[in-house]
Write a protein that binds this ligand. Structure first.
Ligand SMILES: Nc1nc2c(ncn2[C@@H]2O[C@H](COP(=O)(O)OP(=O)(O)O)[C@@H](O)[C@H]2O)c(=O)[nH]1
Ligand SMILES: [Mg+2]
Length: 374
């Protein structure tokens, strides 16, 4: 019989932990496996660990608690896995959020599906899966951008539709056989992507189970700016060559362009010329910088010699520049309009802008190939 250990990371989940434990021990019970929970708490100031301990005692739940210093979700999971192995708490792990976003009733499905795959990911983006209907456009966009980044920038296998999802299950001994976790590399939420990538690169099978993701109703999300930065940096360095990496700029160049955009944006804002015109000017500066950096002093212009006839060359040059510029400027404007609501932090704008730049560059490369036939 399987011994299942639910690894439940918590940070300030005092309002959720009782309901989460109740849900697990009522909805996830099965005669097919034994069930235990390991709460990995990072010394939550709101006393999550104590509440969990007490509640488990009163109800006779099999709950263990391991605590440590707050170092991010990824590090918490690593600590949890080590603890499960060291204390022999189970042979099968289910990773799950404690904020009630994940439905404990879906756990038996994960265990069942484990007989066919090495990793089962609870996916919001396969048929039957769901993200909350009440999610604002921005959350949906963010979630999609995250997916895009891991796939097309990070080079993650495209067969996984929700590589960053946190509800998942695997057999623990697989960690000994393969170097899946690349220990120490990630500390935040991108840990999920790294793990998916690890399974994928080790040639293991990943299968997805549709889940219905619900929004937390108590407490706050712990995702912070450092998680977003880490997500980007990690994904950029993660995989092999992707079309994106082959054709585009280095991380350093990205930084320069992003910075230029922000600086121009700030200068222009002070000049009181209206936000749309301001965005337009900033986007132009970023585009020119990007072209200059990428194509080393507009080296692409020299390729025009392959086009015959002066008029033709000029026409092609203008056309290419226009395509690129128009696509990028339009995306920046549309996006900025969409994101102009007050609750969006500047950083998520930049992240989204970068992703759009990526799309624009890919489009540009394609056009380039079309125009020059290379
Ligand atoms: N131990 C630990 N748990 C964390 C940390 N960050 C997030 N969590 C937990 O991980 C789960 C998912 O986090 P949440 O903030 O809801 O992420 P979101 O749903 O993606 O917004 C929750 O149970 C959190 O309490 C951390 O640094 N340490
Ligand atoms: Mg959550």
């Amino acid at each position: 019989m399987r011994n299942v250990c639910i690894v439940l990371p918590t940070y300030n989940e005092a309002d959720n932990i009782v309901t989460a434990l109740d849900a697990i021990f009522t909805k996830a019970k099965s005669s097919a496996y034994s069930l235990r929970v390991l709460v990995v708490d990072d010394k939550s100031p709101d006393g999550t660990a104590d509440i969990a301990k007490q509640h488990a005692q009163v109800n006779d739940y099999d709950v263990r608690i391991v605590s440590g210093n707050k170092a991010g979700l990824g590090k918490a999971y690593l600590r949890g896995f080590d603890f499960v192995r060291k204390h022999n708490l189970g042979d099968t792990v289910v990773m799950m959020d404690a904020d009630l976003s994940h439905d404990a009733a879906e756990i038996p499905g994960f265990i069942e599906q484990l007989s066919e795959a090495d990793l089962v990911i609870g996916s919001r983006y396969v048929i039957g899966g769901m993200i909350p209907g009440e999610w604002p456009v921005l959350r949906v966009v963010n979630s999609r951008v995250a997916r895009f980044v891991s796939r097309y920038i990070g080079g993650l296998s495209t067969s996984v539709s929700d590589p960053a999802a946190g509800f998942r299950s695997f057999e623990l001994d697989i960690l000994d056989k393969h170097s899946i976790l690349e220990t120490g590399k990630t500390s935040g939420y991108v840990f999920m992507v790294g793990m998916t990538n690890g399974f994928d690169k080790s040639g293991l099978t990943i299968s997805e189970l549709p889940i219905k993701f619900r929004d937390r109703t108590h407490g706050e999300s712990k995702i912070g700016i450092s998680d977003i930065i880490e997500y980007f940096v990690y994904c950029y360095g993660m995989g092999d060559e992707t079309p994106f990496k082959k054709t585009t700029v280095s991380a350093m160049e990205w930084a320069v362009v992003g910075l230029l955009y922000l600086i121009t944006q700030n200068i222009v804002r002070g000049a009181n010329i209206g936000s749309m015109l301001g965005l337009f000017i900033s986007a132009q500066v970023a585009i020119i910088a990007l072209l200059a950096l990428k194509h080393k002093k507009f080296e692409w212009l020299s390729q025009l010699k392959y086009a015959s006839g002066r008029a033709m060359r000029v026409r092609r040059a203008i056309k290419e520049l226009l395509y690129f510029d128009v696509s990028l400027t339009a995306s920046v404007l549309v996006l900025s309009y969409m994101l102009s609501s007050g609750y969006v932090i500047e950083f998520s704008r930049v992240v989204a802008l970068y992703s759009l730049m990526a799309v624009a560059i890919l489009a540009y490369q394609r056009l380039h190939r079309m125009v020059f036939n290379v």
